[in-house]
Design a protein around this ligand. Structure first.
Ligand SMILES: Cc1cc2nc3c(=O)[nH]c(=O)nc-3n(C[C@H](O)[C@H](O)[C@H](O)COP(=O)(O)OP(=O)(O)OC[C@H]3O[C@@H](n4cnc5c(N)ncnc54)[C@H](O)[C@@H]3O)c2cc1C
Length: 492
């Protein structure tokens, strides 16, 4: 029992966002209930890609190695014409990214959700209820009363905070009266997931076929699967297009008969929307409940998991360490801008791919081929840093702090030595600084010896003596150790 409430936080929705948030909270001693109306993980085809930052977040949760064992890797992501000419290529996706894991990791979403749910069963601060539907919430003086339906029973519980991680059609969002801003993207696509019997007969890299006759995506997935997506034409009926015989016809040009077995198909409308507010008093939105993106940048679930990592440490600070409400207010401010950056990238990619007018597509091809020859940038770069929020006024504040790694017979990553939470890395050994929450380590510490040169390089590059890194791996600020800690405490 937390205060007069049964839980500190109730999370609606045990999808990737809700589970990540719930695991972080529980790991930090926050009594959490996460619930889902379905009995098991959602089985339909969805995310196929996560990036290096998400793998680092999974590392924080202790599940990265098992997630990695399910992943596959695509070296490049190629946008090509119907006749195979390269319009645009994102390369180096198998290289190690700043998060200390490969830049791109091809996954099977239900397998990842299963791993997160397995981790939940090991944490005594976390209750996971399935077959339990959120119905209503009411704010009161001490928090939020939540009405749930579990089987035939109606259950009423209370918590200090409620988080709606209940997906695109979020009931929490609707009940909170929060509207969405439509960023004007709406295209229907047929998604086909296949179990692979013969990988040798499949493409080895991710492809967007920018063919105005039938825009098509073909991507690798984890857990022994492969994905095709076909844009539907205005006169095509979704249910008919999802029929086995139609799908077989769409796959015919790929010559994969016998190499794959269709597992599931679904028709989605790819949308771009952002909730106008991500918070109403003690209720927060996260993941698809807060933002929707077309999948061309492979970032919808990634954004939800970043929301979870951002909101989790702020709730922990508020609930456990007496931080002010102002910290919670920085959640939308920081995450909205970052999520929109990726949505804009995905829309730009989608507009390139979803062009069905032949004359316009020819003009696009000519432009893109010329731009490629001139090495001109074709899509907005993905947002890496936070621009505003809980950040000090100093060099590199808001930058993503890299997770250095050492290769060898087994890989060693910085966070394994530094640990999680808020961390300060200093050039010199510092005296005792009165703070129990921040881990303070000098680069002279024997434990950090393997990373000495890399960390020194970072401090030298920014010409600073210390860096204070937030639990979500973004830099709070740089400067002198004591004043950084003071600044952190003051802002809390
Ligand atoms: C075709 C496709 C491809 C995609 N590819 C990628 C990709 O490559 N990379 C990427 O990062 N993202 C991708 N995405 C997006 C990704 O799948 C979503 O962003 C992600 O699932 C969102 O996670 P979430 O936890 O926020 O919401 P969801 O996964 O939708 O989970 C919400 C949960 O809430 C539960 N729920 C809903 N209402 C209630 C209620 N009233 N009571 C209780 N429980 C409730 C639901 O049962 C569900 O389990 C793709 C999506 C699609 C459709």
């Amino acid at each position: 029992m937390s205060g007069c409430n049964e839980y500190d936080v109730i999370v609606i929705g045990a999808g990737p966002t809700g589970m990540t948030l719930a695991l972080f909270l529980a790991q930090n001693g926050v009594k959490t209930l996460v619930l889902d109306k379905e009995e098991d993980v959602y089985p339909l085809p969805r995310a196929a890609h996560i990036d290096h930052e998400i793998m680092r977040i999974f590392q924080d949760l202790g599940v990265a190695d098992v997630v990695e064992s399910t992943c596959r890797s695509s070296k490049t992501y190629d946008f090509v014409t119907g006749d195979g000419r390269m319009l645009m290529q994102f390369d180096g996706l198998d290289a190690i990214g700043p998060g200390g894991w490969p830049v791109g990791n091809m996954i099977h979403q239900p397998s990842i959700e299963r791993i997160l749910r397995d981790a939940a069963s090991k944490n005594s601060n976390l209750d996971l209820w399935t077959n339990c539907e959120f119905e209503a919430f009411f704010e009161n003086d001490s928090g939020v009363a939540v009405v749930l339906k579990s089987g035939e029973k109606s259950v009423r519980l209370s918590a200090s905070f409620l988080v709606g991680a209940d997906g695109a059609r979020s009931s929490v969002r609707r009940q909170a009266g929060i509207e969405q801003e439509d960023l004007n993207f709406d295209e229907p696509w047929l998604v086909v997931d296949a179990i692979v019997h013969d990988f040798d007969r499949l493409p080895k890299v991710n492809l967007q076929i920018c063919d105005p006759e039938r825009p098509t995506s073909c991507v690798l997935m984890g857990s022994g699967r492969h994905r095709w997506e076909f844009m539907l034409k205005p006169d095509e009926v979704p249910e008919e297009m999802a029929r086995d015989s139609v799908v077989a016809g769409l796959l015919e040009p790929w010559g994969v008969e016998g190499a794959v077995e269709i597992e599931r198909t679904a028709v989605y409308r790819f949308n771009a929307k952002v909730a106008k507010s991500w918070r109403k008093a003690r209720v927060f939105l996260a993941g698809d409940a807060a933002h929707l993106t077309p999948p061309f940048a492979g970032q919808g679930m990634c954004a939800g998991i970043r929301d979870a990592a951002n909101l989790a440490w702020k709730l922990v600070q508020f609930l456990k360490f007496g931080a002010s409400d102002g910290l919670l207010e920085t959640y939308q401010n920081e995450r909205d801008a970052h999520a929109r950056g990726y949505i804009q990238l995905a829309i730009a990619m989608g507009q390139t791919v979803c062009m069905t007018d032949i004359a316009k597509a020819e003009a696009r091809d000519a432009d893109m081929l010329a731009a490629r020859a001139e090495r001109r940038l074709l899509a907005p770069p993905p947002p890496l840093h936070l621009k505003a929020g809980f950040l000090s006024d100093s060099v590199a504040a808001g930058h993503y702090f890299p997770q250095f790694r050492l290769e060898g017979s087994c890989v060693v990553r910085l966070d394994e030595i530094l640990g999680g939470g808020a961390r300060m890395i200093t050039r010199d050994v510092v005296g005792v600084i009165d703070d129990t929450y921040i881990t303070i380590k000098s680069i002279l510490d024997p434990a950090l010896k393997p990373f000495h040169q890399l960390l020194l390089g970072w401090l030298d590059l920014h010409e600073v003596n210390a860096v204070l890194i937030r639990p979500d791996h973004y830099v709070f600020g740089t400067g002198e150790p004591a004043s950084l800690v003071e600044d952190w405490k003051t802002r809390l």
